[in-house]
Design a protein around this ligand. Sequence first.
Ligand code: MNH
Length: 456
Amino acid sequence: MSIEVPPHPPRRVPILGDIIGLDPVKPMQNTARILASLGPIYQRRILTMRLSFIGGVDLAEDVNDEKRWQKNLARPLRQLRPISGDGLFTAENDEPNWSKAHAILMPGFTQAAMRSYHDTMLDVVREMVGAWDHADAPVDVSEEMSKLTLETIGRAGFGYRFNSYDREDIDPFVTAMLGALEYIQQKGLPIPGRALFDRRRRRRHTADVEYLNAVVDRVVEDRQVNSADRPDLLTLMLESVDPATGERLDPVNIRYQILTFLVAGHETSAGALSFALWLLSQHPEEAVKARAEVDALWPSREIPAVEFDQVGKLRAVRRVLDETLRLWPTAPGYFREAKEDTLLGGKYAFKKGDWVMVVLQRVHCDKAVWGADADEFRPDRFLPEQVRARSGAAYKPFGTGPRACIGRQFAYHEMLMALAVILHRYDFTADPSCELEVQEQLTMRPRGFALTVTRR
Ligand code: MNH
């Protein structure tokens, strides 16, 4: 078979290469658009850098092969290191703290652990609903979902309250975090000269990072004063030892992990819930289907006292979330590097260490697998027999292999419960003139759209 070179975007220039047409504000949505026109792979060359993007299921399946490819800490992820260091998300594959922390924290993500977080998660949902019941104006969805998921990971993971429902505005942690992620996203863009931010922005960024670290220190100090009601992620980090080495996590690494969880465990789930509410508001017939399920489970009009075992029975609500993450994967992709010189898809030559990004939004809409209506919102694609008929590589919103998302079950548990309770309690409509605007700060989320909620 002959070796091929992947196509590049139009307007390549000498030396600099494919510098024209980068979108510094919405880089992922731009990349998805380019893939839609150039096919399942394209490559951008900038100076001597090679950036390869994959948008087809066959090629994704190939790079998901653990024998030949592994997680790569590409530029945007590496920029996070000053914040999250060798925490789980930004650790190199062979850094000792990855396997140590992974072993220590895994018990925090079992089914038994979810059972222990359940009541806390439900409390947060009930507080949100309490606030919505008295809302005299449409609710700002992105802001509300951000409050919900930050409060959930804070309380369930660390016994720490942000007190989101005692304040009108958004928590300064969220503002600092979004500011820091925005700065990091910009800094990670492969645009020569762009790293030269002005002094004001650099100072702002330093202040944001200091604030984030101060919150983390407060989380740990809190635990020293008030012992935990029940074991949680912080208990595991402070007290457990890694079975392989007999060692504990050191305080610096614990700090990195807490920040990792507060960031990774909050923004992605908030975005997914926001997109789900948007899509349901645009597809009332799908909201009707999901409501039938929650009404059958909880016939009374009271706020449901959701039981742990009922969450797994929310099959229709789950299909809505799965279909939402197909169309709007809030973690827009993942990076993989070749472990050895290899041919991708049997025809594109990659050397050891070369990396690709799997662009989930395109893989999730590959018509060869998802059909001609791949761009449409149809939760029934996630009925069991349809899932079984598809390649696993066609749907990877939580990544792949040993470095896949550790918080997947945590995310589903909180999202299922929140969406079920919202569907059960309210009819909701978006202003018909409202258009979806998606912003990117490494993750994707809708810019605050307003939803009018009315008690059913
Ligand atoms: Mn999460 C890794 C998506 C919720 C904590 N997460 C990943 C990866 C994806 C991802 C994709 C893999 C990235 C890569 O390969 O480079 N995560 C999501 C999505 C949601 C989500 C779409 C919600 C929806 N994640 C959560 C929650 C938590 C969490 C909730 C914590 C409570 N995620 C992580 C951590 C990692 C991760 C930690 C890094 C795991 C590792 O490398 O060991």
